[in-house]
Design a protein around this ligand. Structure first.
Ligand SMILES: Cc1ncc(COP(=O)(O)O)c(C=O)c1O
Length: 374
């Protein structure tokens, strides 16, 4: 099997048969010529249904995840929407209680009215999951590490519980990418990505994807939502995402190393009451993270001694970290999470979330040190 680093280095590089161009071109055409007999000799009909550039992105990500199929969407939330639309009214979803708040909001504000019911559960507690399962549970939606508390879920154990309950397990792998964690290998049925983050990697592309193992009827419905409802990834975004992915194996390990170093610094800081980073031995999910992840990721969050205003003041003093939402780019970002999530958020008001980038580690350390008042 070709290793992920090699697949990534070659992402979007399929020498063009006509020209020899090493990097695949962007196919912006929305429509494709039919042969005189009415057939489509190249297999493409109309770009909502399929597009060569989008298809190249989908094949690349499916290979990286060890999945059979991938559907690419206009954003991570469009992918989430497609997965929920693939369920049927009356189905029940178990949702990680610390999954990305946008997904919990999607469920609350849109899908509740369309006949889906859901229960938010701490998936790090197998007993709580067991208690939440119902005969009509069709989907368990996990995210590990979770957002923004970095809770670690034992994905192989949850996959076994899902199988026994006749439910699909979907894992949002945005924070890990296939380089750090491969949920399908751990027994999940579906992987969800916000391609916007580490995969594209430069804070300049919106995209989403669903990857599935072979033989899930659920994926056929996801594909139907993609091609008939049309929330597709556009060809330019697919091409930019492939370009970003070519350097993922160089970017992410350095970002993880920086995050680890910052987490250790913050843990020892007198103005910090808690650090949430699975690479720290003090993290309750450390042993599971060691087992199921290749590295601990480049996201961390920490709680500042004091009030929400004190946390906002720390973020206000940073000069290298940019105050902004999102994650996964080369630039470090810091965010007061509770104020972006808004009520009824469970995020502690003193929590700051960091997406750690590629700046010099000493600049990042000095920035946080100064922001904390050293
Ligand atoms: C874990 C996770 N999943 C999904 C999304 C949604 O992705 P997008 O912003 O591309 O719609 C995000 C966005 O922040 C995220 O962090």
């Amino acid at each position: 099997m070709t290793r992920p680093e090699t697949l990534l280095a070659h992402a979007g590089c399929e020498p063009d048969a006509g020209t020899g161009a090493v990097v695949a071109p962007i196919h912006l055409s929305t429509t494709f010529e039919r042969a005189p007999d009415g057939s489509y000799p190249h297999g493409f009909l109309y770009s909502r249904v399929d597009n060569p550039t989008r298809q190249l992105f989908e094949r690349t990500l499916a290979d990286l995840e060890g999945g059979e199929a991938c559907a690419a969407f206009a954003s991570g939330m469009a992918a989430a929407m497609a997965l929920l639309l693939a369920l049927r009214p009356g189905d029940h979803v178990v949702l990680a209680d610390d999954a990305y708040y946008g997904v919990r909001r999607l469920m609350r504000e849109l899908f509740d009215g369309w006949g889906l019911s859901w229960t938010e559960v701490d998936l790090t507690d197998p007993g709580a999951l067991e208690a939440a399962l119902r005969p009509e549970t069709r989907l368990i939606w996990a995210e590990s590490p979770s957002n923004p508390m970095l809770k670690i879920t034992d994905l192989a154990a949850v996959a076994r519980q899902a199988r026994a309950a006749g439910a699909y397990l979907a894992v949002d792998s945005t924070w890990t990418t296939p380089l750090l964690q491969r949920p399908l290998d751990l027994g999940a049925d579906v992987v969800i990505h916000s391609v916007t983050k580490y995969l594209a990697g430069h804070s300049d592309v919106l995209g989403g994807a669903i990857v599935a193992r072979s033989g899930t009827g659920l994926f056929e419905r996801v594909r139907a939502v993609q091609t008939t409802a049309g929330p597709v990834m556009d060809p330019l975004s697919a091409w930019l995402a492939l370009r970003g992915m070519r350097s993922l194996a160089a970017r992410l390990p350095m970002q993880c190393a920086h995050a680890h170093r910052l987490a250790r610094f913050l843990e020892a800081h007198p103005r910090v009451t808690r650090v949430h980073y699975p690479g720290l031995p003090s993290h309750p999910g450390h042993a599971i993270a060691r087992r199921q992840m290749q590295d601990f990721g480049a996201m961390l969050s920490f709680e500042v001694d004091g009030t929400a205003e004190d946390a906002l003041a720390v973020a206000a003093r940073t000069r290298v970290f940019t105050r902004a939402t999102s994650l996964g780019g080369t630039e470090s970002l810091i965010e007061h999470r509770a104020s972006i999530e808004a009520p009824p958020t469970r995020t502690p008001p003193t929590l700051l979330r960091c997406s750690v980038g590629l700046e010099h580690i000493d600049d990042l350390l000095e920035d946080l040190s100064r922001a904390l008042g050293d």
